[in-house]
Design a protein. Structure first.
Length: 297
């Protein structure tokens, strides 16, 4: 027993411990810097990065134990301070690791292992890669359709949310639901979706969020057990009565006495822009949430 507490034994234990726990955050960084090959799935891409990180950890430890400690401190510094990975905090790394374990051991559609904070690593990266809020064609599409339905009197009365509601009306009225290719979860980029105005719920959510963001709005994408939808920030929780009045005024037939559903995050008011709802703030298809994917302002 006393042998274990000798300085040399404790040092070796600490080095081995670092060698193991450094693998996952290193794989996260590798996956950011090394893009997937062609159409490789993000899951397979991350698994390869994980294997590569494990090999690097073993080689570096054999070469120099001091170097593996320096790498560990350096990676923690990058994860904490690099703006590129500011969403990848230590809590985020733990959540990603937890998500990976759950995906390996159970059906994620039956296990609510996330609360509304952030997306899983794989969903987060796939959605963000598909987003195109700064693309000129997406911007032109959003500008045109944000002024299509409600005249300037409503804009002066209800503000910029009127533009978001016009976008919702145009996309929602013209969207046709089409399934993904067999055996594949395909995320259509907005430049493709805006011409077709067809696809499944994730295509709709990505187009809606990109369009709202392209005209200065704040949007996020919510993942529920078997669904994906967009939420748009329309003010603070104190604005709920005004926003509710605006929706009932602009969508009188669709609301028809129904309730306005919303989420509050840090005092901000987020309204559901889901395809399955006929008006902004309509009923949630699935109240349970797995994750929320946010985007940089």
């Amino acid at each position: 027993m006393t042998r274990f507490f000798r300085p040399t034994a404790l040092l070796n234990f600490a080095i081995r411990f670092i060698q193991i726990i450094i693998v996952f955050p290193m794989a996260v960084l590798f996956s950011f810097y090394i893009p997937p090959y062609n159409s490789m799935d993000y899951e397979l891409h991350f698994l390869l990065c994980l294997m590569f990180a494990a090999v690097v950890s073993v080689i570096v430890t054999k070469f120099s134990q001091k170097l593996i400690v320096v790498m560990f401190i350096g990676i923690l510094g990058i994860m904490a301070f690099n703006k590129t990975f500011k969403d990848q905090t230590l809590d985020g790394i733990y959540a990603d690791y937890n998500a990976m374990l759950v995906n390996m051991t159970s059906n994620p559609h039956k296990v609510s292992y996330f609360k509304p904070v952030r997306g899983t690593y794989f969903q987060d990266q796939r959605v963000k890669s598909a987003m195109q809020p700064t693309h000129p064609k997406v911007r032109a599409f959003a500008v045109e359709n944000s002024t299509r339905y409600f005249h300037d009197e409503y804009y002066r009365k209800f503000g910029k949310a009127t533009r978001y509601f016009s976008l919702f009306k145009h996309i929602r009225l013209n969207w046709k639901y089409v399934n993904d290719p067999l055996g594949m979860d395909y995320y259509s980029p907005p430049t493709e979706s805006m011409g077709l105005l067809a696809g499944d719920c994730d295509d709709y959510a990505i187009l809606m969020a990109s369009s709202v963001m392209s005209i200065g709005g704040e949007a996020r994408i919510v993942i529920s057990p078997s669904h994906m939808y967009t939420e748009v920030k329309v003010g603070t929780i104190e604005d709920i009565d005004e926003v509710s009045y605006a929706i009932r005024t602009l969508f009188p037939d669709e609301v028809n006495g129904g309730k306005i559903h919303f989420h509050e995050t840090g005092g901000d008011l987020w309204i559901n822009f889901d395809y399955t709802a006929s008006y902004p703030g309509g009923p949630f298809l699935e109240p349970e949430l797995y994750s929320v994917i946010t985007f940089n302002k």
